[in-house]
Design a protein around this ligand. Structure first.
Ligand SMILES: Cc1cc2nc3c(=O)[nH]c(=O)nc-3n(C[C@H](O)[C@H](O)[C@H](O)COP(=O)(O)O)c2cc1C
Length: 414
């Protein structure tokens, strides 16, 4: 996959310093970052620090003769896959909504035909001001994508409410989701392949409370399940994603139900049926703590560790795959294992009444749990296909293409 390029426009807000971390995180993900800073942004962070982290020159002046001759504001936009405005100040939102172009940042924004993602950050009263409400509504209807703001404490003392810049990792995930949404569908996946079909997907881990502050969890990132949901949406399906707690942005064009526990995931899945295809990617906890404590458990000297009574959670895959009334036409389970991956997957397919199992080796040495790549084996009634290692997005595209092909063939045959 060729390197993706972001043009990051940093506005003059107190949260501008977080862009230093953002740039570092994006580059860690292999995303190239070129930066434009507004005049006000330079009051908060220096172009020197930004340039050192982005490993590129920083663009600050519309009327810089050299810049304009060498790169130019039109080329800045043309050479990016996505424009990200973070932090987006109230002032920048107003200028964007009004179509102003009186500095380099706003000229690029007015001249671009690339997708634009804005992450607002400002005082809650600025965010809730009718002018900002109007500007935001206008920008949304113009097709500008928004992430945040988050709600919480402000940098100013005694200020809280909506207006915080979203967490940097959340912003990275939203940027990755926007870039993934631009990926051209694999040859087999056309935007009408699953038109009129409902695809239900579970993703991420579940959290099983021990007490109000502690829980049992696992290392699932949700990346594979979210990628499958995005691929199904690109294939034209109506998609419901039931997601456990993850730090990923909701995929574009997907209805997302956020849950925490296995029991909530089961309820959300049942409520989302009927579906044509169900893909159970989530790493659902097998056990929960019986009667989790209503208040925080205390450590008492000499008392030793508490005894946790575990009870089994309902098996979502088995329950839905065995349902007489609402079994989807194609039920796909995932088996993340560390030993005898394919052997276990074959048994799981039969014992859970699934049509297909996607099996993968999640031993720590593979880096698959939480990573961006996956190497899977597709176990069906006719045998096992060993897929080569590929990006989780590519696994998702291929799985959806296979599922659509299977479903369409089944419909023709029946
Ligand atoms: C200390 C300080 C902090 C500021 N923080 C913010 C902020 O978080 N969000 C915002 O919208 N404006 C903030 N402002 C106001 C902007 O800096 C001001 O509107 C500026 O014109 C924005 O310019 P720009 O949008 O071109 O970057 C702040 C101003 C000061 C002096």
């Amino acid at each position: 996959m060729s390197t993706k390029r972001i043009l990051l426009i940093i506005g003059g807000g107190i949260a501008a310093y977080k862009c230093l971390d953002l740039i570092r995180r994006l580059r860690e993900q292999g995303i190239a970052v070129r930066v434009v800073m507004t005049k006000a942004a330079q009051e908060f962070v220096t172009p020197l620090s930004v340039g050192a982290l982005s490993n590129d020159r920083v663009f600050i002046d519309l009327f810089d003769l050299n810049d304009e001759r060498e790169i130019g504001h039109i080329r800045l936009s043309r050479e990016a896959d996505l424009i990200v405005v973070a932090p987006a100040t109230a002032d920048l939102l107003a200028k964007m909504a009004g179509g102003h172009a009186n500095d380099l940042a706003t000229s690029v924004l007015l001249a671009t035909d690339k997708p634009v993602l804005v992450a607002p950050a400002m005082n809650p009263r600025m965010w809730l001001n009718p002018a900002t409400r109007r500007n935001t509504a206008q920008l949304k209807s113009d097709g500008i994508h928004f992430i945040g703001p988050a709600t919480g404490e402000m940098a100013e003392a005694n200020e809280a409410g909506p207006g915080r810049l979203v967490e940097v990792l959340e912003l990275v995930a939203a940027i990755e989701a926007q870039l993934a949404a631009q990926r051209k569908p694999a040859a087999a996946v056309t935007s009408s392949l699953l038109a009129g079909r409902h695809v239900l997907i579970t993703s991420g881990p579940t959290h099983e409370p021990i007490d109000p502050v502690r829980y049992i969890a696992n290392r699932s990132s949700g990346k594979q399940g979210h990628a499958i949901a995005a691929a199904a949406a690109r294939a034209g399906a109506r998609v419901t994603l039931v997601s456990g707690p993850v730090s990923l942005a909701d995929p574009v064009g997907v209805a997302v139900l956020h849950v925490e526990t296995a029991a909530q995931m089961m309820d959300a899945v049942r409520e989302s049926l009927p579906a044509d295809i169900a893909v159970f990617t989530a790493a659902v906890a097998d056990w929960r703590v019986a009667g989790s404590a209503p208040s925080k458990m205390k450590k008492a000297r000499g008392a030793g560790p508490p005894k946790l009574d575990l009870v089994e959670n309902d098996d979502i895959l088995r329950a839905i795959a065995s349902s007489r009334t609402s079994r989807p036409n194609l039920v796909i389970g995932f088996a993340a294992e560390t030993d005898d991956v394919v052997g276990y997957a074959r048994k799981k397919r039969k014992s859970k009444n699934a049509d297909w199992i996607v099996a993968n080796d999640v031993s720590p040495s593979t880096g698959i749990m939480g990573g961006d790549r996956n190497r899977v084996h597709l176990v069906t009634a006719s045998g096992v296909e060993d897929w080569p290692e590929m990006a989780k997005d590519d696994v998702a595209e291929r799985l959806i293409a296979r599922a659509a092909q299977h479903l369409n063939r089944t419909w023709v045959e029946t």
